[in-house]
Design a protein. Structure first.
Length: 199
């Protein structure tokens, strides 16, 4: 297996690499047969939206072609991103939101052949070196067992849940967001990097 190299992409580079990123998406999520085109086109629209977000940041794993990526953006200080959050946000979360110190991880993808080799941890380390003072959050679908497993392995904690509409009107839709809500109405889980990891 080829050695994996990591690199950071600028917004312009990310836009130039969009087709390769979409290839990673299709391979990483292995959608149902025949749905690849629809899934790919939907992903490309969402990716284009995310790349335009404030402070977009992205790292990729390359082994003679992209095999993984991690990216996100800074949430608006208005707090719109937290719309739909169930419960009360901890004061430190509200403080960091108001001071524009919340970074949202939007997507982590590693193709199956490179999973279990520390690629996601290396991507996380490189991306978050620029966000050492930020509260870093991720939102996953409630039934995303692999995503939950990765976040737990990173030492992250579950922050709470979001209503079926998804996290915040300011947040871009994510893979599968338009699916019907579960019977109990909980579709999304918010996770955060422990504040003790924030310098």
């Amino acid at each position: 297996m080829a050695e994996v190299f990591l690199r950071r992409l600028s917004r312009w580079q990310a836009e130039q690499q969009r087709e390769a990123v979409a290839d990673v998406y299709v391979e990483a999520y292995e959608g149902e047969a025949g749905a690849e085109y629809r899934d790919r086109q939907g992903f490309l629209r969402l990716f284009e939206n995310t790349v335009q977000r404030p402070d977009f940041d992205m790292v990729v794993a390359d082994a003679g072609g992209l095999v993984g990526c991690l990216y996100g953006y800074r949430a608006a200080r208005t707090g719109d991103w937290w719309e739909g959050f169930r419960g009360v946000l901890p004061p430190e979360v509200e403080e960091r939101t108001a001071s524009n110190r919340v970074f949202v991880l939007t997507e982590l993808m590693v193709v199956p052949a490179y999973r279990g080799q520390g690629v996601s941890e290396r991507l996380r380390t490189l991306l978050l070196v620029r966000h050492s003072k930020d509260l870093v959050v991720a939102v996953i679908k409630r039934d995303d067992d692999l995503g939950r497993e990765v976040l737990r392995s990173w030492g992250w904690t579950k922050l709470g849940e979001f209503d079926p509409g998804g996290p915040g009107s300011a947040a871009p839709p994510r893979r599968g967001e338009r699916e019907a809500a579960k019977p109990d109405g909980l579709v999304w889980e918010g996770w955060m990097r422990p504040l003790t990891m924030v310098a």
